[in-house]
Each structure stands twice: as C-alpha cells, then as structure tokens.
Design a protein around this ligand. Structure first.
Ligand SMILES: Nc1ncnc2c1ncn2[C@@H]1O[C@H](COP(=O)(O)OP(=O)(O)O)[C@@H](O)[C@H]1O
Ligand SMILES: CC(=O)N[C@@H](CCC(=O)OP(=O)(O)O)C(=O)O
Length: 256
C-alpha cells in the first residue's frame, strides 16, 4: 500500500536558508518510512531581485505577481532555473534522490492567463502521472510552480496555489507551508490555530495581507478538498516538521 503524501511548500526566502534546508532534507529522510514527500518551492524574492537588476519594479495584487511577457523569462530563470537547481543540489547532497521539475513537466499543471497580455496564470488542470512515476522510483520531486497554458505559453503560477493544486491532484494527506515567519501573526503574536471564519475576518481587516493571503486561501481550499492536516510556519531546526505537525510550532488551519 502506498504511503500518505506530505506536500511541503517552501517560500523563496525560507529556501535561501541553506542550513535550515539541510535539516529539512534530513528530517524528510527520517520520516520517509511513514510518508512520501513532494516539495514545491517559491522564489518570489529571487524573482523580484532579478527584475530589479533589469530595472523592472515588481507589481503584486493580493500577494500575486502581475507578470508581463517580458517578465516571464525572468520568472522562468529565477524559479525553474536558479531556485529549483539550488534545492535539488542541496537535497541530493543530503542523500535524498531528488528530481527537479516544473509545473510544465509531464503537463503536471496547466492553466490560463488571468487577463489579456498577462503571463500570471490561474490553474485549470493537473496531471499526477509524473509525480506517481517519480515517487514509485524512490525520487523526491522538487517542483517549481511555472507552468504552461493550452497553447504552450509559459505561465507564472503562485507557488502556494501550485502546492494546493498538487495537493488536490495527489490527494495529499498533509500540506505544510514553510515561510520566513513563525506562522500567522496578529499584532506580533503567533496564532496557534485558526478556523475559516476567523481567517476570513483577518483578511477582511487587513491583518492577514500580501503573500499570506494566497497561503491562507490555499490552506482552506485544501481542507475543503479533503486534506487531513494543513499548517503554516517556519523551519529552522531539525525536528521542526514534527513540531509543526504536532502543533508545537506554527499555525494549524481548521475549517470550523
Ligand atoms: N498576519 C500575518 N502573519 C504573518 N505574515 C503575514 C501576515 N500578513 C502578511 N504577512 C506577510 O506574508 C509574508 C509571507 O508571504 P510571502 O512573502 O509570500 O512568503 P513566502 O515566500 O514564504 O511564500 C510574511 O513574510 C509577512 O510579511
Ligand atoms: C503568480 C505569482 O505570484 N507567482 C509567484 C511564484 C513564486 C512564489 O510564489 O514565491 P514565494 O512562495 O516565495 O512567494 C511569484 O512570481 O512571486
């Protein structure tokens, strides 16, 4: 019988802490008797830095990057290139057999632009075949969220939304969103558990804003679609995955 799947989504800034990422790889190895793992990564901060070197000012709406045709090449460079290979090399050096792919590979994620002339995408379809093949072969898939539209054009997909879509496609048991903050904060205080009405209220009040919005919305949708556990938090020391799952760290998301 196959093991339950845990999807770990790491944000760009969190993934730049190579010490923490090494600890995470070690913990994944330890827990791989109980779970299959798939890692989805962001890299928003790296993309913004690349944009700035080209004199482009990043534009976000509710935490989602507005992406022009010209900017899309930079997004591919930053996410499918730089970030993806950095993580694959690091995980491999920890003894985890890892394969770096993007949403475009194996038509894993397909989508459509959110508007005329935009390369920011919304996901409309998914195919888990490539993931099943890799997991059966003993590989850990490392997924960058860039994907394709129906005409083969590149699409920039928010990494939280990519993690959600893969979670639904693969019926993930657990989704862990790792970021550069201890969890969802209110006036600097960590909220250790939050339900849907409370999350909606904090978004409405602007207490949950920016990049935290797609994370929270994706978390709630994942629970509606049958995920057992969804948690948002940060990974610093080995054992933090276990701490996040047990509720000793981070914010657990609930529907009611
Ligand atoms: N209520 C909140 N609690 C915690 N972080 C929040 C909140 N509202 C907005 N944020 C912002 O969301 C950021 C995380 O989203 P994002 O920058 O997209 O991270 P990641 O790259 O990890 O996906 C935090 O660094 C913080 O600046
Ligand atoms: C459409 C969209 O918002 N794409 C994101 C993809 C990367 C990402 O989500 O990175 P983090 O997880 O580090 O925020 C972006 O371009 O920033």
């Amino acid at each position: 019988m196959s093991k339950p799947l845990m999807i770990i989504k790491t944000g760009g800034r969190a993934a730049e802490n190579s010490g923490a990422l090494r600890h995470l790889a070690e913990e994944i190895k330890e827990l791989s008797r109980s779970y299959d793992f798939l890692l989805v990564h962001g890299g928003g901060a790296a993309v913004s830095a690349i944009q700035k070197t080209y004199g482009i000012e990043p534009v976000f709406k509710d935490g989602i990057r507005m992406t022009s045709e010209k900017e899309m090449d930079l997004v591919d460079m930053g996410l499918a290139g730089l970030m993806n290979k950095k993580i694959v090399r690091l995980f491999s050096s920890c003894g985890l057999l890892s394969v770096g792919i993007s949403g475009a590979d194996g038509s894993m994620l397909t989508g459509e632009p959110i508007g005329e002339g935009s390369r920011t995408g919304r996901i409309t379809g998914s195919d888990r075949k490539i993931i099943d093949l890799l997991l059966q072969g003993g590989f850990t898939p490392i997924v960058s969220p860039v994907s394709s539209d129906s005409r083969g054009g590149a699409l920039n997909i928010n990494a939280d939304e990519a993690a959600l879509a893969l979670g639904i496609a693969c019926k993930a048991d657990t989704i862990v969103f790792l970021s550069d903050i201890p969890g969802i904060l209110n006036s600097g205080e960590l909220i250790d558990r939050i339900n849907e009405p409370e999350a909606d209220r904090l978004i409405e009040q602007g207490i949950i804003s920016g990049g935290m919005i797609p994370k929270v919305r994706s978390s709630l949708k994942a629970l509606h679609e049958g995920a057992g556990t969804v948690v948002i938090g940060e990974y610093i020391n080995q054992g933090d995955l276990n701490n996040l799952l047990k509720g000793n760290k981070g914010t657990k998301i609930w529907l009611k």
